[in-house]
Design a protein around this ligand. Structure first.
Ligand SMILES: NC(=O)c1ccc[n+]([C@@H]2O[C@H](COP(=O)([O-])OP(=O)(O)OC[C@H]3O[C@@H](n4cnc5c(N)ncnc54)[C@H](O)[C@@H]3O)[C@@H](O)[C@H]2O)c1
Length: 434
């Protein structure tokens, strides 16, 4: 236990990663360049792909698997080979926006069942402050019959990768690490230092590390919510928000946030974890909840603005066709889960509009499974309106003529440009953006 890091380096001990998704797989592969790694996931179909050097999340190239000392397994008993366990499973919210700890506690049980004296367990999943010590450690102790601190060590090291970002990656982002005591912190810090070239920040406690991660995303959420609210105000004033932000952004201390749809499983989810825990302390967060309310309303709001424009243009809503471009939760990623574009689509359909959806990055089968419709790979040329919902690189160079070619009654078409990509470029079409 004193020299876990040395044992990992000498390959006397192995490291396991539990949950091989967007977060877990890059960590497992990076560690597998230095240590012996057991990659564990409950999804056998995903394990089979990884054995063939395919990333089921479609983020990593085949080359990322080369030169790695790793076995991929869905057998819980294989975890017993490891002494340093890293948990990177999802921490979603349920239908009432409350934390759903089921995957986390189920992964914790799997680790607890194989836990030996001297082992380490480090959580990377985003949680509220107190979750590791109050929710996870009791399960580890119950399953193993061991005592945390005395028999095994625990730590928390939040994952800070940004999906689709090729510049800020696991190895180049400073890693916050924490442990339940000084020995744990030392070994956990040294272990991560072996792969993170940017170095580590040693947080004074597990709770501080948990809180640090949750406020990174809460801060973004609240700031984007302010931009979204401003865009609602400026829309009424007939001022383009992006033009305002460009002008205001020339001041040195103006913060650069932009309006938009806030989806995915981090920014739109993590604030709810903090809200939940704050209530246990009899504080009802107002600012955080307001931010969530505003951001969660924006898909519906954009749909209503489009419908108003269509009515103003004399279009018959019940016979109109709209093309929505982009369904992933943000630009240049393949992940479609928790995409707020789905709110926009369902709102448009609730008015009786016919809506086609296209996205060069998303997988049509996944979209059908998640949202119940398929993507169009070839779209029509008789749309009444086009909504560019996501600023994928593939969309950036589109011109007014490209949009006209998608529309019927060319000059009377409407372009909704959620991210303001085409502002100042559209002369003839009716144009609207946040
Ligand atoms: N995706 C990101 O960019 C990102 C960034 C920072 C933090 N996070 C946080 O990291 C955590 C993981 O997110 P993700 O995006 O990698 O999730 P993901 O959905 O991509 O992957 C999770 C993986 O865990 C597996 N899994 C689920 N339950 C399991 C269990 N009980 N035992 C073993 N495997 C199990 C799933 O099969 C899946 O392969 C979450 O807490 C998330 O908030 C994610």
């Amino acid at each position: 236990m004193e020299n876990m890091f040395r044992d990992l380096v000498n390959k006397k001990a192995s490291l396991s990663v539990i949950g091989l998704g967007y977060v877990g797989l890059p960590i497992a592969l990076e560690f597998a360049r230095k240590f012996r790694v057991i990659g564990f996931d409950i999804r056998d179909d995903r394990i089979k792909m990884m054995r063939k050097h395919q990333d089921p999340s479609r983020e990593l190239p085949e080359a990322a698997f080369e030169g790695c000392d790793i076995i991929f397994t869905s057998k819980q008993e294989d975890l017993a080979q490891a002494s340093f366990h890293i948990v990177g499973v999802p921490t979603p919210i349920d239908g009432h926006n409350l934390p759903d700890l089921n995957p986390l506690l189920s992964a914790t049980k799997s680790v607890g069942k194989v836990l030996k004296k001297g082992d380490y367990v480090v959580y990377e999943s985003t949680v509220y402050p107190g979750c590791t010590e109050e929710d996870c450690i009791p399960v580890l102790e119950q399953e193993s019959g061991l005592t945390a601190g005395k028999d095994f060590k625990v730590g928390f090291s939040p994952e800070r990768i940004n999906p689709g970002d090729q510049n800020n990656t696991l190895t180049t982002i400073t890693k916050v690490v924490s442990g339940n005591d000084a020995t744990a912190l030392d070994n956990i810090a040294q272990t991560y230092e072996a792969i993170v070239t940017a170095g580590v920040h040693r947080a004074p406690s597990i709770k501080v590390a948990e809180a640090a991660k949750i406020i990174e995303n809460t801060q973004r959420d609240v700031n984007i919510a302010l931009m979204n609210e401003l865009s609602i105000i400026f829309n009424r004033m007939d001022i383009n928000t992006y033009d305002v932000l460009k002008a205001a952004g020339t001041k040195w201390n103006f913060l650069h946030f932009y309006p938009g749809l806030v989806g995915g499983h981090c920014i739109g989810v993590d604030p709810y974890y903090l809200v939940y825990k704050a209530k246990e302390y009899r504080y009802h967060p107002q600012v955080i909840n307001s931010g969530r309310f505003v951001n969660d309303s924006m898909g519906f709001y954009a749909a209503k603005q489009l419908v108003k424009k269509m009515i103003a243009a004399g279009k018959n809503i019940l016979h109109s066709k709209v093309l929505v471009m982009g369904i992933t939760f943000k630009e240049n990623v393949t992940d479609i889960r928790n995409s707020r574009v789905s709110d926009l689509i369902s709102e448009l359909r609730s008015y009786g509009l016919m809506v086609d959806v296209t996205d060069p990055n998303a997988d049509s089968e996944e979209v059908e499974e998640e949202y119940g419709f398929r993507l169009k790979s070839k779209y029509d040329s008789d749309y009444d309106a086009v909504v560019v919902a996501v600023n994928h690189d593939a969309f950036l160079e589109l011109t007014e003529n490209d949009f006209k070619s998608m529309m019927k009654g060319k000059e009377k078409g409407i372009l909704v440009d959620i991210k303001g990509i085409y502002r100042n470029k559209i002369r003839e079409l009716t144009y609207w953006s946040f």
